[in-house]
Write a protein that binds this ligand. Structure first.
Ligand code: C2E
Ligand code: CA
Ligand code: CA
Ligand code: CA
Length: 279
């Protein structure tokens, strides 16, 4: 038993150093990838359940590294957050997504909102609001076509400061989505106090909507409460027609998910818009 224990210990230490090696390698490669402009943005459309129109698209960072291969944002965004790299990367995503959105409008596609994920660290920067203003000004994008996706995490540190910043953004018509609702802290205090326009119900709830009647009732209540408070609801990660049907029956406003479309490169996204009569 003693020997077994020792082997196990050895196993754990080597597993641990493998994890930290990967972590270090990712951090180094991410810096290089960002500096060499190797990050990319994919776009995933969202759909209004009643008008059937595409209302906007979420900008999602992609990293296909020449050495590491494709790395998921679920793996590299947390590293970018820990190292502070998320600040320049996030700014680049904002600039690129806004410029792209303006370009699509100039090419004659129906104007729609581009939704950009904002990490807590980025949001807390002192110059966050003026930076957004500058970006919109530089790409001549009308502010109603930018939506910022925030999570409840931004309010943890200082809720009053978060509310003030959001109000400043809303003064010039930028809309706000509360992302991943149902994971994290999900305090009712947040949805009561944060000035948001959309609430995005996390995919983990949508996954359970057909099989789990408690999940279904939670979703129904979130939708109803959101409408009372005056914001729209987006269901994330809709993969099946049956999920869409029940969401529609529950008066959910918009859906996003593989059922409608996966995230696409800008070229694929243009083709998709054309197929859907948005040009
Ligand atoms: P998120 O903001 O919740 O984005 C939605 C994620 O769900 C995306 O994963 C998307 O590809 C995936 N998804 C959409 N529909 C479906 C579906 O029907 N089924 C399944 N299984 N998945 C679906 P992705 O692109 O891997 O991004 C993961 C997370 O990384 C995002 O979650 C977001 O939190 C973060 N992220 C991505 N890009 C950025 C960025 O530019 N800035 C920041 N701060 N975070 C980002
Ligand atoms: Ca998001
Ligand atoms: Ca989300
Ligand atoms: Ca999520």
């Amino acid at each position: 038993a003693k020997e077994f224990g020792r082997n196990q210990f050895r196993f754990y230490t080597s597993a641990f150093s493998e994890i930290s090696n990967r972590r270090m390698q990712l951090e180094q490669r991410l810096r290089i990838a960002f500096e060499q402009n190797q990050l990319e943005i994919f776009y995933q459309p969202k759909l209004d359940l009643y008008t059937k129109q595409i209302t906007g698209m979420e900008a999602l960072a992609r990293w296909n590294d020449p050495v590491l291969g494709s790395v998921s944002p679920a793996e590299f965004i947390p590293i970018a957050e820990e190292t502070g790299l998320i600040v320049p990367i996030g700014k680049w995503v904002l600039e690129t997504a806004c410029r792209q959105n303006k370009e699509w409008q100039q090419k004659g596609y129906s104007p729609m909102q581009v939704c950009v994920n904002i990490s807590g660290k980025q949001f807390l920067q002192n110059d966050f609001v003026p930076m957004i203003e500058r970006i919109l000004e530089e790409c001549q994008l009308s502010s109603e076509y930018l939506n910022l996706e925030i999570t409840e995490g931004i309010a943890l540190y200082n809720i009053d400061e978060a509310i003030d910043k959001l109000k400043m953004l809303k003064k010039f018509w930028i809309s706000i989505s509360l992302d991943d609702f149902g994971t994290g802290y999900s305090s009712l205090r947040y949805i009561k106090s944060l000035p948001i326009d959309f609430l995005k119900i996390d995919r983990s709830f949508i996954q359970g909507i057909l099989a789990n009647h408690i999940d279904a009732e939670i979703i129904r209540s979130i939708i109803s409460l959101s409408h009372t408070l005056g914001f729209k609801v987006v269901a994330e990660g809709v993969e099946e027609e049956n999920q869409l049907k029940i969401l529609k029956e529950m008066s959910c406003d918009e859906i996003q998910g593989y059922y409608f479309a996966k995230p696409m490169s800008k070229h694929e996204f243009e083709k998709f818009l054309i197929e859907h009569g948005e040009l």
